[in-house]
Structure formats: structure tokens, C-alpha cells
Design a protein around this ligand. Structure first.
Ligand SMILES: Cc1ncc(COP(=O)(O)O)c(C=O)c1O
Length: 363
């Protein structure tokens, strides 16, 4: 049996007719950018998250970059980011000319709230929390400390659509929530797409302008903006998937439960869920001391896995000028050496899950 990390046509086939109808509706409408589908999706997604505003943009990276910019953060400013994250989180900070200040992860792979206060300086202008792999970060404590210092909190929800922290949905815990709808995400489009959600009218207004050349009224360019719009086709397809998101998340949780209950191998560390946090399992990530050996063994058994992520951002080639070296963030570095994401996708069959469990138990 051959199993990939994610097989995306399976989730398409789950609701194929609805996607095809939505796509045809847009193709036949003659309106492809900033139209009724985006407006409807923005309203539906804002309602889903519980936020006042949703602004569709072209990608998750753009959502984060525009969020940092809308807060007026730039050269000379610092933004606290998790050391254990996808590089896009950090790129959003450096793209605005600000300095990322890394913070070690907790045992749930997210920013360690206990270490936050010590990292705040007079230059800190925001805290960026990432709900990595689909599990909500410790937002209660992160927000408590950020508020004490008058700092906004940006949430990177690229992997956490639908995950709650306590009763609040990720994206609505902090000041601004940033989403990616990259095809593999739990709420994935069929191309690139992203969104920003917020309760703040001023931030929403700024991002509405920034995403469209800095103008709200055509040819009145108030800000030097960008072109970052979520198109009508993706918006229509996302509206379909959003309707099914609760059942898609439930399916992921069922697969995770099978893994958690079935995998019994002391060489592996299984993911844990923090009390108060919901995990929607964008990725099911295990750790092993001999991760590369484990990955090779799985590959030999036709199970394809991926490392999220092999190089922590502070050691990325593009950030050599920041002057970090190996050993600066030992926990994040250890995770980068040990993590491995197992196959996890909507439409994954029970026998496929069982095969992965059996192969792992034989390891
Ligand atoms: C944690 C995180 N942040 C940001 C992004 C960027 O999203 P996009 O690929 O839509 O730009 C991703 C996507 O992979 C991500 O995983």
C-alpha cells in the first residue's frame, strides 16, 4: 500500500459536484476579482471565526505581512516570533524592515508563554503567535502578558482553521488573525489564497486599502499598497469547503485518535494537546531521536512523510545577516532534528491509517 503525506484530490472528490457548480458559477458570471463571491466568503468566514471583519488577500504570507504593516511596524521595531515555525511567519516581520526576536517553543511546539515577558524590550511592537500543526497556542497567557505591555498580538492561523483556545476560535483571540488557504491547509483553496480577520475597524480599513494598491476608491491611492486579492474563483470554492469544514476537522480528529491510540512504540514521541487547547491536526507530528532513519524506514514501506521543518528560521540561509548560530535556540533546533509529519488528509481510508500504525509499531 502506497500512502502519501496528503492526497488532495480525495478532499476534492468528497464534495466534487459542489465545487464544480461553484467554479462554473464564477466562470459564467464574467466577474473575477473583488466581487460578490469574495464579499460573501468574507462575511461567512468572519462569522465562522467570530470576528467583525474578514479581508481576503492573495496568500497567508501576504495576510501576515499586511497585518504587520497595518500595525505601523517597520524599521527599528522588534516583533516576537516563535523560533519553531514556518519561515513565512518571520518573513512577514523582515519584509516590513522590523527585527524578529525568537522565542523557544513549549512542549506543544508553540511559543512558550512563560518565556515571553523576558523577551519584551522597549523596541517590541507586537507578539506573533503561531498555532503550529493545528493546535492553539497558549493565548490566554500570551495575551495577558502582551496586554500588560500594551502590545498587539498577531495570530498566524495558517494551520489552525477552526481550532479553539478555550471557547475562542484561533484568529479571534488576539488583535489580528492571519490565515492561509494554501491547498493542503485544513481550509484549503485550489490555488493560493489568504485572509486577515480582526475586530478593529481601523486595521480592517487599512488592509482593505493595502491589498488593492492602497485605494478604497478606484484611482484614489491613499497608501502605497500592493496587489494581494483573493479572487472570485477561490472565494467561491472556499465557500463550499467552509460549509464542510466542521466535518473535515472531525475526520482529521478521528484519524489522529486512531494514531494516538494505535501507535505503541517507545522510539516515538506522540503529539500532546495542552489543556484548554483544541488540536485540529493540520499535521500529525511525531518525534524520534533517529528521525532520518525512521523516515527512511517508512519510505521503504511506501509511506511518504515530510519534515515540518528541517531548518528553524533563525538558521535559515536568508537570515545569516541576523547573526544567529547553532545552539542559540536549542529546543527549536532539537525539534527540527526530530520531527516527522505522518500522512494526514481528508479522505484518508481507515485501512491506510491502520497500515501506517502497523508499520510504525513494527519499527
Ligand atoms: C505557519 C504558517 N504561516 C504562514 C504560511 C504562509 O501561507 P501561504 O503559503 O499561503 O503564503 C504557512 C504556509 O505554509 C504556514 O504554515
Amino acid at each position: 500500500m502506497k500512502i502519501d503525506l496528503a492526497v488532495l484530490d480525495r478532499q476534492f472528490k468528497l464534495h466534487q459536484t459542489e465545487y464544480e457548480e461553484a467554479a462554473l458559477r464564477v466562470l459564467r458570471s464574467g466577474w473575477y476579482i473583488l466581487g460578490p463571491e469574495l464579499e460573501a466568503f468574507e462575511k461567512e468566514f468572519a462569522d465562522y471565526v467570530g470576528a467583525k471583519h474578514c479581508i481576503g488577500v492573495a496568500s497567508g504570507l501576504d495576510a501576515l505581512t499586511l497585518a504587520v504593516r497595518a500595525l505601523g511596524i517597520g524599521t527599528g521595531d522588534e516583533v516576537i516570533v516563535p523560533a519553531n515555525t514556518y519561515i513565512a511567519t518571520v518573513l512577514a516581520v523582515t519584509e516590513n524592515g522590523a527585527k524578529p526576536v525568537f522565542l523557544e517553543p513549549d512542549e506543544y511546539y508553540n511559543l512558550d508563554a512563560e518565556k515571553l515577558e523576558n523577551a519584551i524590550t522597549s523596541k517590541t511592537k507586537a507578539v506573533m503567535a503561531v498555532h503550529l500543526y493545528g493546535q492553539a497556542a497558549d493565548m490566554e497567557n500570551i495575551i495577558k502578558i502582551a496586554e500588560k505591555h500594551g502590545l498587539p498580538v498577531i495570530e498566524d492561523c495558517a494551520q489552525s482553521h477552526g481550532a479553539h483556545n478555550g471557547t475562542v476560535m484561533t484568529g479571534h483571540c488576539g488583535t489580528i488573525g492571519c490565515f492561509s488557504f494554501y491547498p493542503t491547509k485544513n481550509l484549503g483553496a485550489f490555488g493560493d489564497a489568504g485572509a486577515v480577520v480582526t475586530d478593529r475597524d481601523d486595521i480592517a480599513e487599512t488592509i482593505v486599502k493595502l491589498r488593492n494598491y492602497g485605494s478604497k476608491i478606484k484611482y484614489h491611492n491613499e497608501l502605497a499598497g500592493v496587489n494581494s486579492r483573493l479572487d472570485e474563483l477561490q472565494a467561491a470554492l472556499l465557500r463550499v469547503k467552509l460549509r464542510h469544514l466542521p466535518e473535515l476537522i472531525a475526520e482529521r480528529k478521528t484519524i489522529a485518535k486512531e494514531y494516538l491510540e494505535g501507535i505503541k512504540n517507545s522510539k516515538l514521541t506522540l503529539p500532546k494537546t495542552r489543556e484548554d487547547a483544541e488540536h485540529v491536526y493540520h499535521q500529525f507530528v511525531v518525534r524520534a531521536k533517529d528521525r532520518d532513519g525512521l523516515q527512511k524506514y517508512l519510505e521503504n514501506n511506501d509511506i511518504h512523510t515530510v519534515i515540518h521543518y528541517p531548518i528553524p528560521p533563525h538558521l535559515a540561509e536568508c537570515y545569516q545577516s541576523l547573526g544567529y548560530k547553532e545552539g542559540d535556540y536549542p529546543i527549536a533546533e532539537e525539534y527540527a532534528k526530530e520531527v516527522l509529519s505522518l500522512p494526514m488528509f481528508n479522505g484518508m481510508k481507515a485501512e491506510e491509517v491502520k497500515y501506517v500504525v502497523d508499520v510504525l509499531n513494527d519499527y
